[in-house]
Design a protein around this ligand. Structure first.
Ligand code: SF4
Ligand code: SF4
Length: 347
């Protein structure tokens, strides 16, 4: 690789804030990534990529004030370039009364916590890239449900949908509740390579998601879609392998690659292994998809059309073809003195 040593000499830092309104599930999920794994990234196992130092409170060796030093160093410009990863939604501190909704570290002058919002205000303008990780950070998610008391929102709502980092990137959104592990590490690797000049800027869609990960719907990658197409639907949870749309699956109107990618090393997932998709990657999650276990009215209507019109005919014809034709070997595969395969000797 040309100039490999040059990019490998760069040190990029990741300031990973888990102090939005969150459960740290994205950090925990990310530790099971394999393509690449976090260890691949931090040990520089991939040729040509910069050295990456990750400052994440779930995994850090340092604790307390020692851990917080990286935050002050990033603010002082001592960790350039750095990527700011935010996990959890951003509360509205303008309605916090006398307290605060979320914070990290103490202000030495007042002894009061420094709010998550203040850290975002201090660090985002200096970050080469800002990543919103998980549906809370991207779009608000569960903490931003109707009737929540904090006024929570996603990072693009807080910084602005047209906001740009010092490397001219908008907030990069990796939704999922939690984000699929390899989606997280793959995007972070991509950003590291972009910042090192080895890859173009990631292509993002109108909701700021990487297009290559969130370009198709759950249904378009679901291994039960074949059942749906021939009007065959599960009627109860369990070992029934048929399409789950009548049990509440929201897959047809959700953008997510989990059924294609699996959860960990290709294993697991949601509708592909029997759990309805509850739309956890979507900006409208959760309110617009609740109650989760009720059938979606459009999904149900489409299912009824398939079930009571062409579905049974298609199914019958296919099964008949399989039984009568394709489950049988061609007739020339047999013992006997004559060769009947159609082979003609040419020399
Ligand atoms: S199980 Fe869900 S995603 Fe899969 S085919 Fe049915 S509705 Fe679509
Ligand atoms: S398939 Fe649905 S429930 Fe599963 S991770 Fe994707 S969006 Fe979430």
């Amino acid at each position: 690789m040309p100039d490999q040593a040059k990019t490998e000499e760069i040190t990029a830092h990741v300031i990973w804030m888990t102090t939005g309104l969150s459960c740290d599930g994205d950090s925990v999920a990310m530790t099971s990534a394999v393509n690449p794994s976090l260890e691949d990234i931090v040990t520089q196992a991939i040729p040509g990529m910069p050295k990456v130092v990750v400052h994440n409170p779930v995994l850090a060796y340092e604790v307390g004030a020692e851990f917080m030093q990286a935050w002050y160093d990033a603010e002082a410009g001592k960790l350039d370039p750095f990527v700011l990863v935010v996990e959890g939604s951003i509360p509205n501190e303008q309605i916090n009364g006398d307290g605060y909704w979320a914070g990290m570290g103490d202000d030495p002058d007042t002894g009061q916590p420094i709010t998550t919002n203040e850290w975002v205000d201090r660090l985002a303008p200096k970050a080469a890239a800002v990543v919103a990780l998980g549906t809370c950070a991207t779009y608000g998610g569960i903490p931003a449900m109707k009737n929540n008391p904090t006024g929570a929102m996603g990072l693009p709502d807080y910084l602005g949908w047209n906001w740009k980092s010092t490397a001219n990137l908008p907030v990069v959104c990796i939704p999922g509740c939690p984000a699929q592990p390899d989606n997280t590490t793959e995007t972070l690797l991509y950003l590291a390579l972009h910042l090192a000049g080895r890859a173009p800027a990631p292509e993002l869609d109108e909701a700021l998601r990487p297009k290559w990960l969130f370009g198709r719907t759950v249904r378009e990658g679901c291994n039960r879609a074949g059942f749906a197409e021939q009007g065959d639907f599960a009627t109860e949870y369990g070992s029934d392998h048929r399409c789950l749309v009548k049990l509440g699956c929201k897959g047809p109107v959700v953008k997510c690659n989990v059924p294609v990618r699996g959860w960990q090393s290709g294993v697991g997932g949601c509708p592909n292994v029997g759990g309805i998709c509850m739309a956890c990657t979507m900006p409208g999650f959760p309110d617009k998809y609740m109650p989760f276990m009720d059938e979606d009215k459009w999904g149900g209507a489409a299912a009824s059309i398939m079930k009571f019109s062409y579905g049974p005919i298609v199914r019958y014809m296919r099964h008949r073809h399989i039984r009568n034709e394709f489950d049988k070997e061609p007739e020339w595969r047999r013992k006997g003195a004559a060769l009947t395969t159609g082979y003609q000797k040419r020399w």
